[in-house]
Write a protein that binds this ligand. Sequence first.
Ligand SMILES: [Zn+2]
Length: 165
Amino acid sequence: MRTPAQGGSSRYEGNTNLYRGLLRRCLAMISQLIRYLVIEALIDRKRLRALYDYLNDESLGIVADRYGLDKDTIRGMASRIRQLGAVYLRIAKYVIPFVIEKVSEVVTFKDGGKWAICGLCGKQILVKHLGVVYIHIDRYHSTYVEKLVGSVIEDLRKCCRQGYR
Ligand SMILES: [Zn+2]
């Protein structure tokens, strides 16, 4: 069989382009997933721990009680990941521990969660809903987030390589 380097038949090249397209999409989705998890961890790693337990088939009610979170919060995180594709929920299960290990919270909450203080720029944010804090980190600290995404991917890569030895 000819390899793409040798030219290959047009049919083979067609497949190669198809797979390349799929692969590109997959890689983009995975970085999107990791980016989402990194931002959540910068806000509150507890939420990721809850999501992790929930994805590992623990009952939503028990997990919510354990971490003192709303059931809807945990369900919302899972459905946000499901929007990328159902398979990314399974990938998230594998990736979350890496994110928890690498990323520490930069946000502190006060007045019972009414205000959030961003440790990266000192801004005080009125928390109308948790999405406000997410948007702040996403919009104003993108470079920092990307750096963390890169280092989580690097850890995953190392771990995958070890698996093949
Ligand atoms: Zn900030």
